[in-house]
Design a protein around this ligand. Structure first.
Ligand code: ATP
Ligand code: MG
Length: 580
């Protein structure tokens, strides 16, 4: 049992101005956290209790999934990072330094290299696979803009796990197990989350899911289906092919046997051109020019849609794509930007499916102040192919089931990733198969930010008075508040119920401070302890105490003899809300 009078949980009214989001403010105000330097914190006792609870759930579920806990060093020699090629590729988020003998090291921002080195030394045979290892450990990333408290720190705890398998099929199974473990983890924390398909970036690989806690303050835009379980990062969200079927949309200008030039002085944007010509913007064939690692490319999309650069990059298999600047546009089209079009364009042309829906449209004439109308895809220009290259929009049909897609914001708390053989090839992590042949192991990696998850839980669970912790990660389960500690019978009743609950394994926070009742109640709300037992003078004299549910505010007056029993029942109900 913890007594507030002997505890360090310094609650405050004020917060520094750099605490921009509610979880950061509440963690400071509730006395869980104190800043030491930008993105670097002291965790105070109650804050650490929360993190330890998160970690405990992580450990239990990792163990259940068959992963083995290890602990790798925070300080990593540069040689390993040079072997994987990331010493040069990683950039300034990697904090590098030298030891007294002038050897280079970094603080590990993630541990693929270290774990691959460990496994290549210890695993020789297919019989030792599959092998999954995990750790919960301090990471350091020198983030450009550390902010939002534990949400984006520089030093932070992460649970990182790595799977090693003999082949792709087995790796898919390891991935599935981790995915399931992640679902259990976030359900046990009582969080509203979505697993969304994420872009795999330059690493490629077959799959990657981000686990997003739904919250308006989230940095990521995510798309989810209102009907089925489909979810994706906006960058990755697919368009339903059915949405791209031809609708026979035509420019109202009238269709002739060939495109007609029209003068559009100074009209560049979709709004300007469609307004000026009096046509449906959906019939405008927007032409965007990109410089890419595989050469110049023109991407076509209907005027009411936006091009998704990540889809373009993935479609081309390019290392980079960037929108061409004014000068390059002039070189490619012979016209200032705003007048590009696919007819007669001497550049590779690829069209989004939305262009197929245009029977006859308008587009740029590759000439200053000129557009073309009555342009028929397939007749007047032929793209090298049609592909899904646009951003999805709210209300678009779901690619899986056709239901309506909706947008929301999310906080990325976890990430599961099929790495394939990138690290095992670069670092020669090989094993001998059944026939004695050397093969490279197939990897997966799986991260969860401990502090970020706790912060996300607050973003999702708070009210005007403070934090409303899900009970599984609350610093304490029940707060016991003797309204006036100087009254012997009140204090005795409080001690009694606290001791009773304590022996039943309930985590008790006894506010035995000589403070005004108003302050105690405010602090109890602020710190978000799920259940509060209040012992006031009149109630105790009449043989009663109160039980209050932090989340609903519901308060019950209960005979002192039943107080512990009723509190336990409420705790149990709250625990059931955090069932896996
Ligand atoms: P982000 O895009 O938010 O920077 P990331 O893609 O760099 O995240 P990963 O490398 O996949 O993140 O790390 C795994 C997990 O570690 C993340 O899902 C997140 O919970 C946590 N994490 C990453 N960076 C930070 C940070 N700066 N502070 C706190 N937690 C972090
Ligand atoms: Mg990052």
């Amino acid at each position: 049992m913890i007594r507030y009078s002997r505890y360090l949980m310094p609650t405050t009214k004020e917060t520094p101005s750099d605490a921009e989001i509610v979880s950061h403010r509440l963690m400071l105000r509730a006395g869980l956290l104190r800043k030491v330097a930008s993105g670097i914190y002291n965790y105070l006792p109650a804050g650490l209790r929360v993190l330890r609870k998160v970690e405990r759930i992580l450990r239990e579920e990792m163990d259940r999934a068959g992963a083995l806990e290890v602990l790798m060093p925070a300080v990593v020699p540069s040689e390993l990072w040079k072997e994987s090629g990331r010493w040069d590729a990683y950039g300034r988020e990697l904090l590098r330094f030298k030891d007294r003998a002038d050897r280079e090291f970094c603080l590990g921002p993630t541990h693929e290299e270290v774990v691959t080195d460990l496994v290549r030394r210890e695993v020789r045979s297919y019989r030792q696979l599959p092998l999954s290892l995990y750790q919960i450990q301090d990471k350091f990333r020198d983030e450009i803009r550390p902010r939002f408290g534990l949400m984006r720190g520089r030093e932070f705890f992460m649970k990182d796990a790595y799977s090693f398998d003999a082949n792709d099929e087995a790796a898919a199974e390891s991935y599935r197990k981790m995915y399931e473990a992640y679902c259990r983890i976030f359900r046990r924390m009582g969080l509203d989350f979505r697993a969304v398909e994420a872009d795999t970036g330059n690493i490629g690989g077959s799959s990657s899911h981000e686990f997003m806690v739904i919250a308006d303050s989230g940095e990521d835009a995510i798309v989810s289906c209102g009907t089925c379980a489909y979810g994706a990062n906006v960058e990755k969200a697919e368009c339903n092919p059915a949405a791209a079927e031809p609708t026979g949309k035509e420019t109202s200008v009238g269709k002739t046997g060939s495109p007609r030039k029209v003068s559009t002085p100074g009209k560049r944007t979709v709004e300007e051109v469609s307004g000026f010509l009096g046509i449906d913007p959906a019939t405008l064939i927007k032409t965007l020019l990109f410089e890419t690692s595989v050469g110049d490319v023109a991407i076509l999309v209907s005027g009411t849609h936006e091009v998704n650069e990540i889809k373009v990059k993935n479609h081309l298999g390019a290392d980079f794509v960037r929108l061409a600047g004014e000068e390059r546009v002039r070189e490619m089209t012979g016209a200032p930007s705003g007048f590009a079009g696919p007819v007669g364009l001497p550049v590779r042309v690829i069209a989004d499916h939305s262009v197929r829906a245009i029977a006859s449209g308008a587009t740029g004439g590759n000439e200053k102040d000129v557009h073309l109308v009555d342009v028929v895809p397939g007749r007047d220009f032929t793209p090298e192919g049609y592909a899904d290259l646009r951003m999805v929009r709210e209300g678009d049909p779901c690619p899986r089931c056709g239901g309506a897609l909706r947008f929301s914001r999310g906080i990325e708390v976890g990430h599961v990733f099929r790495l394939g053989t990138k690290y095992s090839e670069a670092m020669r992590a090989v094993y001998l198969d059944e026939g004695g042949k050397e093969r490279v192991a197939v990897l997966g990696c799986y991260g969860i930010g401990v502090g970020r998850t706790a912060a996300a839980a607050i973003e999702q669970n708070h009210d005007d008075d403070g934090i409303v912790w899900p009970i599984s990660i609350a610093p304490f389960e029940v707060a016991v508040i003797p309204v006036n500690v100087k009254q012997a019978d009140v204090m005795a009743a409080a001690e009694r119920v606290a001791a009773d609950l304590d022996t039943h394994g309930v985590e008790i926070f006894l506010d035995d401070r000589e403070e005004r009742p108003g302050i105690k109640f405010k602090d109890a709300d602020l710190t978000g302890i799920p259940v509060r037992i209040t012992l006031g003078e009149k109630n105790v004299a009449a043989g009663f105490g109160e039980i209050r549910d932090r989340k609903t505010g519901e308060t019950l007056r209960i005979p002192l003899t039943d107080l512990a029993k009723e509190a336990i029942a409420l705790v149990e109900r709250k625990k059931a809300e955090c069932a896996p």
